[in-house]
Design a protein around this ligand. Structure first.
Ligand SMILES: [Zn+2]
Length: 325
């Protein structure tokens, strides 16, 4: 079974330890027009090398970057970083949700037209390159809108015709069951979907509901300010104890570089100190948080290392292989 990375297809058995939802770079549409936001490609590459190098030292072999098309997705950057660091990077096709994303031009298109565009990227490559997505990104508002539902339908069509899996963004820890229902209505099998950002919701009843829906469930924003890492650790352990370990995906949804207003407050107001912290890979907080700081919380709560690492090794591999639980 082959999986598409930004450097071409690899056997699924070579994915290894995988962070399922991370980013090299993203920006809000329009950030590029604001002069203080200007960065050089060289600097951007350097940030990515530092952070992915640190992940590589933790044994991470695959980095999934589901950057939506219109949020600065840069597949040639991904390919360059992948080659230099020696880590698989998997990119996605697909747009973000209404509000910050979903470009105006695309909104009135039919599901079939949108699906054809997604399929074109998956089959032929992104924007004239031969770099091909390995999954389809979907996104909804807290309450999925009619337009967003149409984009989920398009993603479902593209999934059926290409076989690549679906990875989603939910907003405010809501909308997971609604996404599941939309995918089901288009005949998508639950184990081909990862419902993302479920960890934004601290309520175990919500997690139980998504898990019972039979999809993967993303605890993929670990280390965000809310809910606390301790709350998320309690919730992960509860899911594992209830038998849902094969469905749980762990990641941090952090960026090496983001052009936009951060919801996190920087550790210093001094721009020179902040730049130094960035160059050392310490700001924004690095993706190494997952293994260095979150996994100890799972151990404290009684999970074994084999139970913990299965969630970032076996689960992503099975998801990309398309095998049932
Ligand atoms: Zn993300």
């Amino acid at each position: 079974m082959q999986v598409m990375t930004v450097l071409g297809s690899v056997d699924v058995s070579t994915l290894g330890r995988t962070l399922i939802h991370e980013h090299l770079f993203a920006k809000w549409p329009g950030a590029e027009f604001f002069p203080p936001m200007k960065i050089t490609r060289e600097w951007l590459l350097q940030q990515c090398y530092v952070r992915l190098g640190a992940l590589k030292d933790q044994g991470v072999r695959t980095f999934v970057d589901p950057c939506p098309i219109e949020l600065g997705r840069d597949v040639t950057l991904m390919a360059e970083v992948s080659r230099k660091v020696g880590m698989n990077i998997i990119c996605t096709t697909g747009f973000y949700h209404e509000g910050p994303g979903l470009p105006y031009f695309w909104r009135p298109m039919t599901a079939r037209q949108i699906a054809d565009f997604y399929i074109g990227e998956i089959v032929n490559g992104v924007d004239g390159t031969d770099i091909r997505p390995g999954a389809i990104k979907c996104a909804t508002s807290a309450e999925p809108t009619e337009t967003e539902a149409k984009f989920l339908e398009a993603a479902s069509i593209a999934h059926h015709e290409t076989g690549v899996p679906l990875i989603t963004h939910t907003t405010g820890g809501l909308g997971g069951p609604e996404q599941q229902a939309i995918f089901a209505s288009h005949g998508v099998k639950p184990h081909r979907c990862l419902i993302g950002h479920c960890s934004d919701n601290p309520d175990p009843a919500y997690h139980q509901r998504v898990a019972e829906g039979g999809t993967y469930i993303g605890f993929d924003r670990l280390g965000f300010e809310y809910p606390s890492p301790e709350t998320s650790a309690d919730n992960v352990v509860r899911l594992v104890r209830n038998g849902y370990r094969p469905q749980v995906m762990l990641s941090t949804d952090r960026l090496c570089v983001f052009q936009g207003q951060m919801s996190r407050k920087p550790p210093t107001d001094d721009p020179y100190e902040l730049k130094a912290l960035m160059e050392q890979g310490k700001w924004p907080p690095p993706q190494t948080f997952l293994i260095d700081e979150f996994f100890p919380l799972l151990r404290e709560r009684g999970l074994s290392d084999s139970e913990i690492f299965a969630m970032i090794e076996e689960n992503p591999t099975r998801y990309f292989a398309g095998e049932p639980f």
